[in-house]
Write a protein that binds this ligand. Sequence first.
Ligand code: 6PG
Length: 487
Amino acid sequence: MTESTTAQATAGTAQIGVTGLAVMGRNLARNLARHGYTVAVHNRSSSRTRSLVEEAGHEGTFVPSESMAEFVASLERPRKVVIMVKAGAPTDAVIDELVPLLEEGDIVVDAGNAHFPDTVRRERALRAHGLHFVGTGVSGGEEGALNGPSIMPGGTRESYASLGPILEDISAKVDGVPCCTYVGPDGAGHFVKMVHNGIEYADMQLIAEAYDLLRQGLGASAREIGEIFARWNTGDLESFLIEITADVLQHVDAETGQAFVDVVLDQAEQKGTGRWTVQNGLDLGVPITGIAEATFARALSGSVPQREAARAVLPADAEPWEVTDREAFVEDVRLALYASKVVAYSQGFDQIAAASAENGWDIDRGAMARIWRGGCIIRARFLDRITEAYEREPGLPLLLADEYFTGAVGNGLAAWRRVVAQAATHGVPTPAFSSSLAYYDGVRAQRLPAALVQAQRDFFGAHTYRRVDKEGTFHTEWSGDRNESEA
Ligand code: 6PG
């Protein structure tokens, strides 16, 4: 470091610091600097710190440090330190190095994709030192980090009072409204980011299924389907993911001249946030079937030996598919996609409500939809409709049951059923479309066959059941006289 920057570093002038300067941390630091904040920057290997200052120094005021002690000393109090390193052990390592250097009231922000139970643990540990720990979801990838992400901070309200305005300042804005708000205590911010990612998985899978249906039903090229998606992006489905899908489908591989999507290996990977969402859905007992099917669809795509074995022997026994009314089919798929998407979001918001109740987080679901309207991967026009639904009824038990969504889904119901039926008839796998429709029919059913499951459980395990006509818990003596007794 030069002498002048070192002198600056010891003066305690930086308003906020970022440690961990890989692309996300670097871009977040640049975003802060561009907004006029004096930003302390630090990285384990100082070459990254130097290159940031050399390449982006003109964008604002950076205070570079080589050591963590120097970095901490360069911050004004109460210190605000943003950690942007790989989730898991690397985050703990940075926290361990940082904590002894901090003082009561300082704020440590973990902006990585941490698993929320880790955030709960870290918050508790740092609280014991008199420090604020703010687990913060940040969505929007590299581009968002630089130009305005969606930010989902947890932690204490007290920390949000001084940190929040900075985060709101650098977040994306939609109609002038920041895509950042206080989410709730301890792990709430990272929890909401996790569900955001789960919904992202569902959204992506639904889009992929729509693409597959159009390709197989119409025999259309990737480019033609890209044009259909571009058209869809001007209506209710308008969203970042639809927009990039149109772009990807129209992209041609330079090496082979083929549609790019055709040269990509069909095995979808994941870093784990989708899996966490599904695991948590199971723990809470919330049926997030759209997210689960999307996550399992990635797993199926990567089940190479199973796919090879199946390809060799499993017949389709399906009729060849030739859609006659092409325009009507495209519209059916669009309506089915929209309806399935509403189900996936409705389920995700149920999961947020359940976790919020269990952990006492008091999360405002309408506000979550509002901060997802810009900056993040699932940004979409229809999030406004979700916010409005929760404004109409903050305690709404089911998003699907809101008047707007009842109408929107009802409008596409016949199309949705036709699409799922055709997919089954012609052997096209649509796990997310189909399971979303099954959820819709399940949740609206007057009566479910769960009654039979309860009877079976009582038969073989004396697990008891309740009756429709009177209070209490009952057991039938199945292997004896079949008398019923109150359990
Ligand atoms: C975001 C993204 C981001 C990332 C995830 C998903 O909100 O900016 O969700 O967090 O793309 O890591 O990646 P996987 O598909 O690898 O799980």
